[in-house]
Ligand binder design. Structure first.
Ligand SMILES: NC(=O)c1ccc[n+]([C@@H]2O[C@H](COP(=O)([O-])OP(=O)(O)OC[C@H]3O[C@@H](n4cnc5c(N)ncnc54)[C@H](OP(=O)(O)O)[C@@H]3O)[C@@H](O)[C@H]2O)c1
Length: 260
C-alpha cells in the first residue's frame, strides 16, 4: 500500500532542528512528500516557505499526543482508497540536557514519544480501515550510542562521561528502543523499524568525511558525528529510493551505530 512510485510519503517528528532537519531538507529537495509534526510551525515555515516547498505539510502539535501524531501518518490530500498512509516515519525528538543536574528538561521525552507514535499507528489503522490491511510503515528512530549491552560502542575515554553524566537520557533511549522492538514482535502492529545510534553530536557538518556504520552487536566505535551528516546518512540509507530500497533492507529491524 502507501505510495507506489519512488516518491515516498514521509512523516517527521522533531525535524525543526538537528538530525531531523538534515533528513527533512534532503527529502524535500528530492521531491518526497513530507509531513512534519512541530510544536512551533514557524520554525519550519520560515525555512521552507510553502510556495517553494509545496511537498511539505506542517502539522502543529506535540509528539506526545497520539492524536496529533496520527494526523501525520495519513496524507489526506491525495486520496487512494480514501487516504494515503505514509511509507516511513522518522523520529528524532530529544530533550534539552541540563548538565548542572545531569538530567533532561523532560527525562522521558523519547519514551513518551515512542508510546504516542505506536498508539498513533494503531489509531491511524482504526480510522482508515481501507488502507489498514497491507499498511506496513517503516519507523526510523534516532537513539544514542553508549547504551549497547552487547559491546562497548563508545571510545574508552568517553565511557565515564556516558556512564555518569548521560544516565537519564540513556535510560530514556533504552525505554524508547524497548517499546519499538517489543511492539514489532507483535504481528498485529505491522511495522518494521530501524534504530540509528549516532555517536556524540557536533554542529559543524563535514560532508567529505566517511561515515562508519556498525550493525547490531558489532558497533562502529567513534567520537563524534555532526547532526547534519547524521541526517544525511538517514536520508540516503533509510529514506531515499535507491540505496534505501535495495541496500537499505539491511537496516530493517536492525540497530545501526553511525560515527565519523
Ligand atoms: N547530543 C548528543 O551528543 C547526542 C548523541 C546521540 C544521540 N542524541 C539524540 O539524538 C536525537 C536528535 O538529536 P538532535 O541534537 O538532532 O536534536 P535537537 O536538535 O535537540 O532537536 C530535537 C527536536 O525534537 C523536537 N521535540 C522535542 N520534544 C518534542 C515534543 N514533545 N513534541 C514535538 N517535538 C519535540 C524539538 O522540537 P522544538 O523545536 O519544538 O523544540 C526538535 O525539533 C535526540 O534524541 C538526542 O538525544 C544526542
Amino acid at each position: 500500500m502507501a505510495s507506489s512510485s519512488t516518491t515516498k510519503t514521509i512523516a517527521f517528528m522533531g525535524a525543526s532542528g538537528g538530525i531531523g532537519l538534515g533528513a527533512l531538507t534532503r527529502a524535500l529537495g528530492a521531491g518526497h512528500k513530507c509531513i512534519a509534526l512541530c510544536r512551533t510551525p514557524s520554525k519550519l515555515a520560515d525555512k521552507f516557505p510553502s510556495d517553494k516547498y509545496p511537498n511539505l505539510r506542517v502539522v502543529q502539535g506535540n509528539a506526545h499526543d497520539s492524536a496529533a501524531v496520527a494526523q501525520c501518518l495519513v496524507d489526506g490530500t491525495t486520496p487512494v482508497d480514501g487516504t494515503t498512509p505514509v511509507d516511513v516515519v522518522v523520529s528524532t525528538i530529544g530533550g534539552v540536557l541540563k548538565l548542572s543536574c545531569m538530567t533532561l528538561d523532560d527525562p522521558h521525552v523519547c519514551e513518551k514519544g515512542m508510546a504516542a507514535l505506536l498508539e498513533a499507528v494503531s489509531l491511524a489503522r482504526r480510522q482508515h480501515p481501507l488502507t489498514a490491511r497491507q499498511w506496513r510503515p517503516r519507523i526510523n528512530v534516532v537513539s544514542t550510542c553508549g547504551i549497547s549491552p552487547a559491546a562497548r560502542d563508545v571510545p574508552i575515554l568517553f565511557v565515564p562521561m556516558y556512564k555518569l553524566m548521560l544516565r537519564v537520557p540513556h535510560a530514556d533511549k533504552i525505554a524508547m528502543e524497548s517499546l519499538l522492538t517489543n511492539g514489532a514482535g507483535d504481528r498485529n502492529r505491522g511495522y518494521t523499524y530501524s534504530i540509528v545510534r549516532p555517536s556524540f553530536l557536533v554542529d559543524e557538518p563535514q560532508p567529505q568525511r566517511e561515515i562508519r556504520v556498525g550493525l547490531g552487536d558489532a558497533p562502529a566505535v567513534g567520537y563524534v558525528i555532526s547532526r547534519d551528516d547524521a541526517g544525511r546518512w538517514i536520508y540516503e540509507n533509510l529514506l531515499d529510493g535507491g540505496k534505501a530500497g535495495e541496500e537499505g533492507r539491511r537496516y530493517e529491524n536492525m540497530i545501526a551505530t553511525i560515527t565519523w
